[in-house]
Design a binder for this molecule. Sequence first.
Ligand code: CMP
Length: 139
Amino acid sequence: MERTLSIIKPDAVAKNCIGKIIDRFETAGLKVVGARMMHLSRAEAEGFYAVHKERPFFKDLVDFMVSGPVLVQVLEGDNAIAKNRELMGATDPKKAAPGTIRADFADSIDANAVHGSDSAENAASEIAFFFPSNWIFSR
Ligand code: CMP
């Protein structure tokens, strides 16, 4: 059993796609064991994406992530990290395989509908960034 952090980003929330995206997770056997709807502050977005702070896209990424509410979730299941990444598809929706979340719901590499942890180490730190342990309800 593994956990990963998922964020349904401002573009997908604005497009009213929260339910359709969660359905992909649940259909694939992932359980939502934590959830917070938030409008991130600039400090929160910069802190969450601190690993990217030297990248040329950092300012655009932060601007986008504070542009509207997001749904932050902890997903749990067998191989949750890899499974979620498979469901999301490539970071750039133009390169995402047909039938993936980003192919179906994303518009651009910035407005790419979802974030998902990319390693066990990052999943642990990303989950801890948003969820005290008593905010996770493992069933
Ligand atoms: P995400 O999985 O949330 O992690 C970092 C985000 O930066 C990524 O999704 C994209 O939305 C955004 N981004 C913008 N440009 C790039 C790029 N060239 N490479 C990777 N991520 C990018």
